[in-house]
Write a protein that binds this ligand. Structure first.
Ligand SMILES: Nc1ncnc2c1ncn2[C@@H]1O[C@H](COP(=O)(O)OP(=O)(O)O)[C@@H](O)[C@H]1O
Ligand SMILES: [Mg+2]
Length: 290
């Protein structure tokens, strides 16, 4: 089991798309998945085909009960695929009010989500938290509840500043949590075939060579169409759908490696930067320079 927070303080960079792509790819690999929709805009919820849920993540966060998320989880409305249907803890606009209420909790403002997931996360192979577009209390709750962080970055001006700010916050929390969460990587998302996009992709890779994951997620009409239909992109037959699904499969294998591949004995070693088959979570040391 691993809990991964998918983070960027900017909206529209592709966080929800990456969460949905990872959920579908993990499930296709036979893994059980829980998506926690922590954005009041509820795009992951509707993207998973869940409309007007009976109860939501706001209800789970409002109560103080350990494991409270279990009562709000439901299966995605996705068509039957190869693997188990992912589950979702749905969101709604009311989550914005819960965030304000949480802020008045003097004792547990930061770890309400960790407590809600306690004992439930372990029932899944992969838990992905889709964060809202801010570094506010909801995202802080996601960081306190997660083992690792996946940063989604658009290849554009200012994205380097945004990544630096996220890494600073992650480091501050990791200092209080024995090194957790680590950073599993930066996925470059919505990569267009323009000179500008490849320039900023290059800048991100040069600045964070140990963190930028390959391949990036390219900008494709198939991805937009899948979102509009609330289905995984791999279930479409149109141009680009299979290629997009392959990108998410590769990303899923970096973020959540198969158990066998995680055995250190099976991994090539050496200081030459050869790819290791170990789950590659970078712990941010307090002395780190980014
Ligand atoms: N790889 C992609 N190709 C095409 N459209 C994309 C891609 N990634 C995201 N989008 C579209 O861009 C918009 C913003 O993406 P989204 O995942 O909702 O971002 P965020 O969750 O960061 O706000 C959505 O309309 C989404 O469908
Ligand atoms: Mg989103």
């Amino acid at each position: 089991m691993a809990v991964t927070a998918v983070v960027n303080q900017k909206g529209g960079v592709g966080k929800t798309t990456v969460v949905l792509g990872l959920a579908a790819a993990s499930a296709a690999r036979g893994r059980t998945v829980l998506v926690v929709d922590l954005d009041p805009q509820a795009n992951a919820t509707t993207g998973m085909g869940v409309w007007n849920p009976a109860s939501t993540i706001a209800d789970a966060l409002d109560t103080d009960a350990v494991g409270s998320i279990r009562a709000v989880v439901e299966p995605a409305g996705w068509p039957e695929g190869d693997g188990p249907i992912p589950h979702v803890a749905p969101s709604s606009a009311r989550l914005a009010q819960s965030e304000h209420q949480m802020a008045t909790d003097l004792i547990g403002a930061q770890d309400r989500l960790a407590s809600a997931l306690d004992g439930v996360a372990a029932e899944y192979d992969d838990v992905y938290i889709d964060c809202p577009p801010s570094l506010g209390l909801l995202t802080v709750n996601a960081l306190f509840a997660s083992d690792s962080v996946l940063i989604v970055a658009e290849p554009s001006a200012w994205s380097l500043d945004g990544v630096q700010q996220i890494l600073r916050n992650v480091r501050r929390i990791a200092e209080r949590r024995d090194g957790r969460p680590g950073v599993v990587g930066i996925v470059v998302s919505r990569l267009a075939r323009t000179r500008d996009a490849s320039y900023w992709h290059g800048q991100l890779s040069e600045t964070y060579p140990e963190l930028v994951l390959e391949p990036p997620v390219r900008l494709r009409a198939a991805v937009t169409e899948a979102a509009a239909q609330s289905v995984p992109v791999g279930s479409l037959t149109r141009d680009g759908a299979a290629a997009a699904a392959l990108e998410f499969d590769a990303l899923s294998r970096s973020v959540a490696p198969d158990a066998a591949a995680a055995t250190p004995a099976a991994s090539p070693t050496g200081g030459d930067g050869a790819p290791s088959s170990e789950p590659d979570v970078v712990e941010l040391s307090p002395a780190g320079d980014h």
